[in-house]
Design a protein around this ligand. Structure first.
Ligand SMILES: C[S@@+](CC[C@H](N)C(=O)[O-])C[C@H]1O[C@@H](n2cnc3c(N)ncnc32)[C@H](O)[C@@H]1O
Length: 334
């Protein structure tokens, strides 16, 4: 098999063989795909996406990098009757759990789980009406190859759906909040550091943080038609008295993040950040200068936020994630 640059490589590029890649069954990451998923898409947006995709019952749907099967249970009521959902993932641990959970949501159809690589999906050509993924391409070194595989297993006339963020542009939005504002100089420095880090992450093969914005073009280059996208419509507003479940979740999460971060986790995050920053072209001296200035402010900020969370006066307003649901159709046979 060839990669996008034409070089030979192992088609089973399972992430667990690479020590740089993340094991999503690991406690904190798994928590992310459980907790954060509860508020990821509004129910009304899911309804709109289901209609826009023209989902029907009696189909085969494949979810690549399925994790715990979020896309299966989220869309089930729109396609599940007499249908087969196939979740594919490289983590056996997650698949075992996904299978167990699926007994609670897959009534009226079937939910199957397959262990396999996103670079070599263990399924035959043209076997599914709907092939999808969510936050998978953003973690892959060769996302086009995976998209190609998704197209291979889609029936002519079938639809490919990718839910992927553009975190690079989202990271440029700094919230208006009850904590002191950064100066223009500090904001610019923060943007610069983020851009260098994201560039390094890509260069190290850890995935493109801005992939969401690029998927429509990738789909067009690979021959899909009728390509369109829907934007996630959940903004990051948190305001006392925190009347929605989502706001309550966000403030608890902030509290947890501040309280639970131990020294080992901080060191690990710093190490990973440094690797990407240097790979992105940043210098060691800039990295240490930045870390020093951030750390001196961080403790003060955390104390202030905890206090505001305790007396329920913390607020913030930000545009939300730049998260897209992108679809493209495989041309039908004439
Ligand atoms: C961010 S999680 C998303 C899980 C799920 N789609 C969701 O939205 O909750 C990424 C998933 O992709 C899987 N994954 C990452 N690289 C993969 C690869 N090369 N082949 C197959 N699965 C992969 C991980 O094990 C993980 O379950």
């Amino acid at each position: 098999m060839k990669d996008s640059a034409g070089a030979d490589r192992n088609p089973i590029s399972d992430q667990m063989t690479d020590k740089n890649k993340r094991d999503w069954s690991e406690k904190d990451l798994k928590k992310h795909i459980v907790d954060q998923r509860k508020f990821l898409w509004r129910e009304s947006t899911i309804e709109r996406i289901a209609a826009w995709l023209d989902l029907k019952s009696g189909i085969t749907a494949v979810d690549l990098g399925c994790g715990l099967g979020y896309l299966g249970w989220t869309f089930w009521k729109h396609f599940g009757n007499d249908s087969t959902y196939v979740g594919v993932d490289c983590s056996m641990k997650l698949l075992r759990e996904a299978k167990e959970i699926s007994t609670g949501w897959s009534e009226g159809g079937k939910a199957w789980f397959l262990n396999g690589s996103a670079y070599s999906i263990p399924m035959p050509d043209e076997c599914a009406e709907w092939v999808m993924c969510q936050t998978l391409l953003m973690h892959l070194e060769f996302p086009e190859d995976t998209l190609n595989e998704m197209i291979r297993i889609t029936k002519p006339g079938g639809v490919i759906m990718c839910m992927e963020p553009d975190n690079v542009s989202a990271s440029l939005s700094i919230p208006f909040s009850s904590t002191p504002a950064l100066s223009v100089k500090e904001k610019l420095e923060q943007f610069k550091m983020q851009l260098i880090w994201a560039e390094g992450r890509k260069r190290l093969g850890r995935g493109d943080w801005g992939i969401g914005a690029k998927v429509p073009r990738m789909m067009a280059d690979l021959g899909l038609i009728n390509i369109d996208a829907i934007h996630n419509d959940t903004p990051y507003f948190i305001h006392p008295p925190y009347e929605t479940e989502y706001q309550e979740y966000r403030i608890n999460k902030m509290r947890e993040n501040i309280k639970e971060k131990d020294e080992d986790t901080k060191q690990l995050l710093r190490k990973r950040y440094k690797e990407c920053f240097l790979a992105g072209g940043g210098s060691l001296s800039t990295f240490y200068r930045y870390v020093k200035s951030v750390e001196s402010r961080q403790e003060e900020w955390e104390t202030m936020v905890l206090e505001q969370l305790e007396n329920r006066s913390y607020f913030q307003g930000a545009g939300g994630s730049h998260f897209f649901c992108i679809r493209g159709f495989k041309p039908g046979r004439d």
